[in-house]
Each structure stands twice: as structure tokens, then as C-alpha cells.
Write a protein that binds this ligand. Structure first.
Ligand code: GLC
Length: 748
């Protein structure tokens, strides 16, 4: 028997003995889960209960503004039941042993970490993954992350982030699935399924956490942590549905958001945490706050002090306090004063203990984490290949004038230029967990491997991503002049998006655009191909690039295998198939701009001054939601409907025939949008109601069929009842949200 099994057997035996000695009812004892939890609860002191409601960070990673000393002592004293930012099997087993063997009841710890787009094998940032429109790929990414994270002793990830985001100034747009509700629901479900699998007690499945609840993406001015003030209709129609999709997918935990919502911070918002989450959605898991967000209700001005903030949070429906130590410091006093009750504490502790039972931690606290498995699965060839595949699928071809791409592998000399061409760390993006920059394959490395000895690959950084120095321009110009083709990698550093990384201007930072202009001019003059590779965590405003660069490939932050994946696409080993999950504005002045806006009473009319428009920029975006080119082309037949009038119990069949009319095999995301022409409240000019990613060989034609029912057209009507209203609808089907190919139908 390998030492792995001895390790596990001893761990399990030891924990069973410890548990028996400490009176914890072993799993499998008579009575269901509730009985086990209640019998354990009956043994717990108030301090031990409050300990279970307290989450502290280890000092292995810093993901927020405060750190505590002595978290091991807190574990030993039973003052914390969960630790985040600690990982590796060895370290987590050391901490778990303290909890299991050195505390009075030996209740196992819960280990959490921000495994957002990979644990050590890093996948594209979430907005990039969302650009794949491939639910299998997105689920696969979460599954690989769970395999690696659980091998490293983790039980819980603070993901998926399911915040709808329509403001690219907000750095956290990079962490989610973009601007669309229908699509955001699909991605939320795929990520929860990928992390949690079908059995939370399995040693390779990870408890997921839907965050940040709620409407964090609607912060005013795109400024992180700022105020959110939206109508109940916008809350329910736009920001809540992906959270509900996560609940329906079985997510086991929720995280509150930092922002206030309509005057009440989410962390103290009973309407969100109890009325909706518990009473309407019947969510059974537990709710953890975001990092010290209970404490932050004091500066929010909704609580006079932290003790009052803790009372507000508990009464609203918070179960666990992340890092704030507010429950830890004040809850006993609040109970003694009668401000909150032990029964309210018991409700929270029950929810947490249930999840620990469901994870199998009472059965075997050492179930997760195995040094042998770590070596076997982390950065495995299969995981690296998966990361490369998902990355390829996440790229969006924004422009390809005169078929600049794909480049020929027969090129003698290729110049790879730009501050992101050989940057390992930026490929990781934000929230890269245990990902190491050293493991990343840069664009330069990927190209060199792709082209091999037959070609010469020149490299010149040209400039830094940030900063004003143009000292490197001459070398870059020289490399471009010597080459047969130029690949220019520009964009953002990974630190310019993610948390606390809002930008008021969303163009290329530093002097990168000046570098691009010089090189585009040189290549245009020499009639040599130039492709811009963008690496960024948000939609950028790139009007000059869009106008003048021959080819633009959006690669987001592509992860550990980024360089290989980009090289695969640039040289035609993979035909790009990604579509934008968020609108690219022409400039930041257009923000917020997204495809499903309202028509207004004065829709833009170029022949009429008095209509809704700007004097200095069109209303249309640079690149719309759902947009992405391919090396081939796809032709759509007119939209066919099997009936033009349908009733509440009918299924409406909508179909198109799609033909690959170009010279490459390729994938197309066929998208279906619906416009409700008249409602009891105004309705968006269109809304995504279906999509299907299909592969067509060159010349191949396929029929794609969608089914619409009345419930698919439901919305919050004038009296806030959620239903579809009779009337006329226009259905659009095409390759992006600007599709004109349409048919009209009537719902009776
Ligand atoms: C951070 C983030 C949240 C993350 C948590 C733990 O402040 O807002 O997304 O999961 O703290 O690191």
C-alpha cells in the first residue's frame, strides 16, 4: 500500500478516534444530517459557535486591507472555524491537525481560497473564458481548478463571481461573464457545476461561492466599492438572475458584496439576504461576508460601531464574518444585551456545520489534500492542454483586414514587439491563486516554439506597459524593418484590472499607442503584415487601433499556456471563435453602453438634431456584444418561425440555416435575440434569449433551431409581476447583437 493510502487511513482513523473521544457524532450515525448537526450544536459553547462563524486569513497570501497575527492560536482556541489563503496539502493538514486534535470538540476547519480561473494551472481570466461561449470549456476550467485545489488541501473557492458588469472602468469586470443576463446565468451554472461536481463529499470537488451578492457591478462611475442605487426592477431583472442560477445549480455558499444597495450595505441588507435569498429562493447554504465588509458598515454610516454592525449583519442573514473579527469580538456582548439571540447564532452555525458534513470533513478531516496527488495532478500535461484549449477558444478576432491573419508558418523573420510580448506575470491576470509566472509560456516563447529553427523570431519590448519613456522605440522600429511580419503585443498590466483597479480612462496605457502608430506606419509603407495582440482585463477604448491596425486579436490574460494558444491562432492552427461578452465602447464617454439598452422617445436620427445622440461620437460601440470574426465567413438564411402567432402553452420554433462560406473550417456562435415591441414598461431594444456554438467545415451548411416559450419572454411588468405580456415581438438571429436578420411574431 503506497504511503498515500497509509497517510489517508491514519488520518481517517485518527480523526474518527478524535471525533469519538470528543463526542462528535460520526457520519452515518442514525438520523439525518440535521440530527447530526443538532447533536453537535448541543455540545458547543457560545464561544465555539462564534468561532465557527469566524473566517480568518492565513499569512500565505494577502487579499485585503488587514492581516491578523496568530491565526494558529485562534484555531487552537476554537475561535475560528475556517481559514482562507492557506494551501498545499502539507500546510493545510498541519492546520487541520491543530483543529482536530488540539481543540475541545475537534471540529474540522474549512479551507477557502480565491481559485477564480485556476489554482496553479491558470486559465484565461473569467471575462476571457466567457468570450468562448463554450459552456463545456468553462465547466472544464472550473473542474481542473477543483482537481488541483482539492489536491492542495482546499475545500472552498470564492468563485464564481457572477456580477453583471456594464462599466469597463470597473476593474472587476475581468472577473465575471460580462454584460448579459441570459449569458451570465449560463456561465454561473457552468462554473458552479465545474467546481462542485455532482457530489460535494468527493475529494476532488470544491464548494463554490456565488459572489458578490449583489449588484456590485453597478457601482457608480465604475469606481470600485462605490455606491449602488438602482430600481428594484433593475436589481431583479439584471443583477439577481445569475445568483438565482447559481442557487438552482446547487451552489453551497454566497458572499456579500462591499457596496451599499439603495442605502443599505449588502452585508446588512435583509431584503437581499433573507427576503430574497432565503424566503424566495430557498437557498440552504451559508453566507460569508466579503473581506471585513461588516466592519465597513461603520464608514458606510449605517452602524455607529462594529458591535452594531455585527448585530445588523447577523439579523440580516450573514452567517460567517470574513476577517473582520466582529462576531469574534462583539457577538457575545450583543447576546448578553439581548440585541441578538443565541437562536440566531444557532441558525448560522447550523448552516456552516451542514456544509462541513456535506463536504465529508467530519467523516475524514484530511480527505482533501494529498502530497502525492498534488505532484500528479497539478500542472499535469492534461491540465496544461486544457488551459491551452480554453485559452484558444477565448480569443476574439476583432479585425482582420485583407486576411492579414493567419500568418504563414513559412515566414523567414517575424518581429514580436511590445511590453506584453514576453511578460510571464501578466499572462496570469488578476486572482491567479497559486499560479506562478515562471510556469507561463509567453507569446514570444510560444511563437519561437511554433516556428522552430526555420524562422528567425526577433524581440523588442519597445516600451513599458506604463510610463512615458520611448527609449525602446528605435530598437522596435529596427526589428520591424528587418522582419517579414510584425506581431505587436500591447494592453494592460494584470494589476490594471481586478479588485481596487478602476480606471477613469480605458485606452492603452503609457506610450503604447505611439509605438503602435509608428509600427503600423512602417508596415503599411513596406506592405508587410502586422497583427496587434491585445492583453487586457476589460473592454478597452481603442478607436485608433480599430481604424488603422490591419488585424486585432483580443486575448485577454490568457493564462499559463497563453503563448502557445496565441501562436496557435496567429498561425492558423486554430480558427478563432470567441465572441465579446461585453461591449467595447468607442470612448469612455459612452459608458455605460451595452447592447440591451432602451430605445428612448427620441432614438438617434441623423436627420434630426433633437434626438438622443452625442455631438462628437456615434451612439454605436466600437465592437458590440457578441461580436467576433473568424478566418472563415458564415452566411445566414432568413429567420424562419414555425408560427407567427403563438400562445402561452405553445413552443415557437425559430430556425436558420448557417453556411460556412469561407475557406477554413470554423466555429460560429449563432445568437438569438428578441425585442418586445410594446410592454407595460419600456423594454430593451433586444435581449439575448438563446445561443448555440456550432462547428462547420468549409462549405458545410447546418440548420440551427431554437425553441421559445412565453416564459422566455417574461419580465417585471408595471406592477412588478414577472410574466410575459401579449403583443408583438421581433426575433433576430445572427453572429452578434447587431444582427438584422429577423422575423416578427405575436404572443397571444
Ligand atoms: C476580496 C474580494 C473577494 C475575495 C475576498 C477573499 O476583497 O472582494 O472577491 O473573494 O476578498 O480574498
Amino acid at each position: 500500500m503506497t504511503n498515500k493510502y497509509i497517510f489517508l487511513l491514519l488520518g481517517g482513523l485518527l480523526s474518527a478516534i478524535c471525533a469519538f473521544q470528543k463526542g462528535i457524532p460520526p457520519v452515518g450515525e442514525t438520523g439525518g444530517l440535521d440530527a447530526k448537526v443538532d447533536s453537535l450544536l448541543a455540545l458547543m459553547t457560545l464561544d465555539e459557535k462564534i468561532g465557527q462563524m469566524t473566517l480568518f486569513t492565513s499569512d500565505w497570501d494577502v487579499t485585503g486591507p488587514t492581516l491578523r497575527e496568530g491565526y494558529k492560536d485562534d484555531i487552537r482556541a476554537g475561535k475560528t472555524g475556517a481559514i482562507f489563503n492557506a494551501h498545499t496539502a502539507a500546510y493545510n493538514h498541519e492546520l487541520q491537525r491543530i483543529a482536530v486534535e488540539e481543540t475541545r470538540l475537534g471540529i474540522p476547519l474549512l479551507f477557502g481560497y480565491d481559485v477564480i480561473h485556476g489554482y496553479k494551472t491558470i486559465f484565461p481570466v473569467s471575462l476571457g473564458e466567457a468570450a468562448s461561449w463554450d459552456m463545456e470549456a468553462i465547466e472544464k476550467s472550473a473542474r481542473v481548478a477543483a482537481e488541483e485545489a482539492t489536491a492542495a488541501g482546499l475545500h472552498w473557492t470564492f468563485a464564481p463571481m457572477v456580477d453583471i458588469a456594464r462599466d469597463p472602468r470597473w476593474g472587476r469586470i475581468s472577473e465575471g461573464a460580462g454584460e448579459d443576463v441570459f449569458y451570465g446565468k449560463k456561465v454561473a451554472a457552468a462554473r458552479v457545476k465545474g467546481f462542485q461536481g455532482g457530489d460535494l463529499s468527493a475529494a476532488n470537488t470544491l464548494l463554490a461561492c456565488a459572489k458578490h451578492y449583489a449588484a456590485y457591478g453597478a457601482v457608480q462611475a465604475g469606481r470600485d466599492y462605490h455606491t449602488v442605487d438602482i430600481s428594484e426592477r433593475v436589481l431583479r431583472e439584471t443583477y439577481l438572475p445569475p445568483f438565482k442560477a447559481a442557487v438552482d445549480a446547487g451552489v453551497g455558499s454566497f458572499m456579500t458584496s462591499f457596496n451599499e444597495l439603495n442605502g443599505v450595505p449588502a452585508t446588512g441588507n435583509k431584503h437581499l439576504l433573507t427576503d430574497i435569498l432565503r424566503n424566495e429562493w430557498h437557498f440552504k447554504g451559508f453566507v460569508v461576508t466579503d473581506y471585513t465588509s461588516i466592519n465597513e458598515m461603520v464608514p458606510h454610516g449605517i452602524a455607529a460601531d462594529e458591535k452594531a454592525a455585527g448585530e445588523l449583519a447577523l439579523k440580516a442573514g450573514v452567517d460567517m464574518d470574513m476577517q473582520g473579527a466582529v462576531f469574534y469580538n462583539f457577538l457575545k456582548k450583543s447576546i448578553a444585551e439581548g440585541k441578538v439571540s443565541v437562536e440566531q447564532v444557532d441558525v448560522a452555525v447550523r448552516r456552516i456545520l451542514k456544509i462541513k458534513y456535506e463536504l465529508g470533513l467530519f467523516d475524514d478531516p484530511y480527505r482533501y489534500g494529498d502530497p502525492e496527488l498534488e505532484k500528479k495532478v497539478i500542472l499535469s500535461a492534461a491540465h496544461l492542454e486544457a488551459a491551452r484549449d480554453v485559452a484558444r477558444k477565448s480569443f476574439v478576432l476583432l479585425k482582420n483586414q485583407d486576411r492579414t491573419l493567419p500568418l504563414s508558418k513559412g515566414l523567414k523573420t517575424v518581429a514580436v514587439i511590445g511590453p506584453l510580448a514576453d511578460s510571464k506575470k501578466d499572462l496570469l491576470g488578476s486572482w491567479h491563486a497559486a499560479g506562478n509566472a515562471e510556469d507561463c509560456v509567453t507569446l514570444l516563447a510560444g511563437l519561437r516554439e511554433k516556428l522552430g529553427a526555420a524562422s528567425t523570431v526577433l524581440f523588442a519590448e519597445g516600451c513599458k506597459t506604463l510610463g512615458r519613456s520611448k527609449d525602446g522605440f528605435a530598437e522596435a522600429v529596427n526589428a520591424a524593418k528587418r522582419a517579414d511580419a510584425v506581431i505587436l503585443a500591447v494592453g494592460e498590466t494584470r494589476g490594471l484590472s481586478g479588485e481596487a483597479a478602476s480606471r477613469s480612462m480605458i485606452g492603452l496605457p503609457g506610450v503604447q499607442l505611439d509605438l503602435v502608430k509608428e509600427l503600423v506606419a512602417i508596415c503599411r509603407q513596406a506592405d508587410k503584415p502586422l497583427a496587434v495582440v491585445l492583453m487586457n482585463g476589460r473592454p478597452l477604448a481603442i478607436p485608433w487601433l480599430a481604424e488603422n491596425a490591419p488585424a486585432i486579436l483580443e486575448t485577454w490574460f490568457a493564462g499559463t499556456q497563453g503563448g502557445h494558444a496565441i501562436a496557435d491562432v496567429l498561425f492558423g492552427d486554430y480558427n478563432p471563435s470567441g465572441k465579446l461578452p461585453a461591449t467595447f465602447p468607442r470612448n469612455v464617454g459612452q459608458v455605460p453602453i451595452y447592447y440591451c439598452m432602451k430605445n428612448t422617445g427620441r432614438p438617434m436620427d441623423p436627420k434630426n438634431k433633437y434626438t438622443s445622440k452625442y455631438l462628437d461620437v456615434p451612439n454605436s460601440p466600437q465592437f458590440p456584444f457578441g461580436f467576433g470574426l473568424s478566418y472563415t465567413s458564415f452566411d445566414y438564411s432568413p429567420v424562419l418561425v414555425d408560427k407567427t402567432v403563438f400562445g402561452r402553452n405553445d413552443k415557437l420554433k425559430v430556425s436558420v440555416r448557417v453556411t460556412n462560406s469561407g475557406s477554413y473550417d470554423g466555429e460560429e456562435v449563432v445568437q438569438l435575440y428578441v425585442r418586445d415591441l410594446v410592454g407595460s414598461v419600456t423594454r430593451p431594444v433586444r435581449e439575448l434569449k438563446g445561443f448555440e456554438k456550432i462547428f462547420l467545415k468549409k462549405g458545410e451548411t447546418r440548420e440551427v433551431e431554437f425553441t421559445l416559450r412565453a416564459e422566455d419572454l417574461a419580465f417585471y411588468t408595471r406592477d412588478m409581476s414577472f410574466k410575459a405580456e401579449a403583443g408583438d415581438f421581433e426575433i433576430f438571429v445572427g453572429g452578434n447583437s447587431d444582427a438584422e436578420n429577423s422575423a416578427k411574431v405575436e404572443l397571444r
